[in-house]
Design a protein around this ligand. Sequence first.
Ligand SMILES: *[C@@H]1O[C@H](CO)[C@@H](O)[C@H](O)[C@H]1NC(C)=O
Ligand SMILES: *[C@@H]1O[C@H](CO)[C@@H](O)[C@H](O)[C@H]1NC(C)=O
Ligand SMILES: *[C@@H]1O[C@H](CO)[C@@H](O)[C@H](O)[C@H]1NC(C)=O
Ligand SMILES: *[C@@H]1O[C@H](CO)[C@@H](O)[C@H](O)[C@H]1NC(C)=O
Length: 397
Amino acid sequence: MFIKILLVSMLVLEGYCERRFKLEQVLILSRHNVRTPLSKNLFEFTPKKWPKWKEKSGYLTAKGALLEGYMGEYFASWLQKEELLNKDCPSDDSFFVYANTAQRTLASAEAFISKGFPDCNITIHHTSENKDPIFNPVIHNNSAMFKLEASEQMKALLKSLNLNTSYEDLEDILDYKQSNYCMNEKKCDFTKDMNKIFVNVGFKPNLEGPLKISKSVIDSFIMENYEGLPSKEVAWGLLKNEQQWDLVLDLSKGYHNVIFNTSLVARDLARPLLKYISHTMFEKQYKIALLMGHDANIYTVLKSLDVKPFSLKNQYEMTPAGGKLVFQKLLDENSGCFYLKLDYVYQCTDQMREGKKLSLDNPPEFTPLQLEGCQLEDNGFCLWNDFVNLLYGLVDN
Ligand SMILES: *[C@@H]1O[C@H](CO)[C@@H](O)[C@H](O)[C@H]1NC(C)=O
Ligand SMILES: *[C@@H]1O[C@H](CO)[C@@H](O)[C@H](O)[C@H]1NC(C)=O
Ligand SMILES: *[C@@H]1O[C@H](CO)[C@@H](O)[C@H](O)[C@H]1NC(C)=O
Ligand SMILES: *[C@@H]1O[C@H](CO)[C@@H](O)[C@H](O)[C@H]1NC(C)=O
């Protein structure tokens, strides 16, 4: 009898624990999926042949559409499991989709929707302007003070990086000394050539020099790898293990660190998007929102929100293609309090390379993120209202 009561109460307790947090609302800030390289002058930096791509420069590839479709299918199942959706098509006022106007972001949103919600008529909202100011990561502050402060902070970050080993390794991979760029420009040494910083209103913060060149060629290696090219063709077969990838990836991370990872610049760049996020979540209160943008948007939002250091396992990139910041509003059914849960949801490199379908049994990775300015309660989440205040604080001035 006693044991029976104990068992019953344990079951009740368990069921109760599982049900304790109910997902009430979710906003997904996504990077587009796999695309072709952006840079059109990669051929200058190596005598070797680059792979040929079917799609135009900067476009979502067929593989990227496939992978984003898997994400769409996964999120549809997850949202049903979390009971935020049922089997019916979501209505326009419960599921809101907004994409940047670039082909790769529109096509990523399309892939997500068409696979996740195949028979539903879901509108992908976007501006008709040429560049959407919400996603466009350009400098807004036109004061001389800002330019000075931003340049100095970026310079200090640049100086703090120790990338010589990575530079030397990348020069070998490219056979850089034999490149046209070295011969014509007489800039033949990544470790010695100058990096120049640009901070101009209306433009993305930028670098010119070896770090930018490195970032561009590494971007191609990363996309070649996701695309599933034979291993001997990805970076000409010269990135053989995780250590080698990590070593060159430090260059790409360093580049993004300099241009996006000071609070001053990040908050200036991301303010329109942060405003839009707060409007979407707190005023419009869509149950589900999907915003499809770029790595620049994710980097600057992460920095603006002061997300504590994290690493994404089984990924080389800090902001993987198709990766998503997932903001969840949870209701504690026990206390009636609302909480924020923030996860980085992404496909790991192998899932992408191999084109593995996702499902509740084979989910993408969920890496929990914490905000420096939002104190965690005993349950591991921060209070929703603290998050609301934090976000309003960033966009109000
Ligand atoms: C889909 O939605 C759009 C915009 O709400 C509407 O104009 C269109 O008629 C709808 N199409 C179908 C097939 O329901
Ligand atoms: C522009 O930057 C300066 C210097 O950092 C700052 O004092 C000012 O508040 C900023 N202006 C806006 C509109 O953000
Ligand atoms: C990197 O190499 C350059 C050029 O050889 C040198 O001037 C610099 O001091 C090196 N940096 C570090 C951190 O070793
Ligand atoms: C940005 O800086 C934080 C520390 O302030 C660091 O943890 C993170 O890795 C940096 N991000 C990038 C892209 O370098």
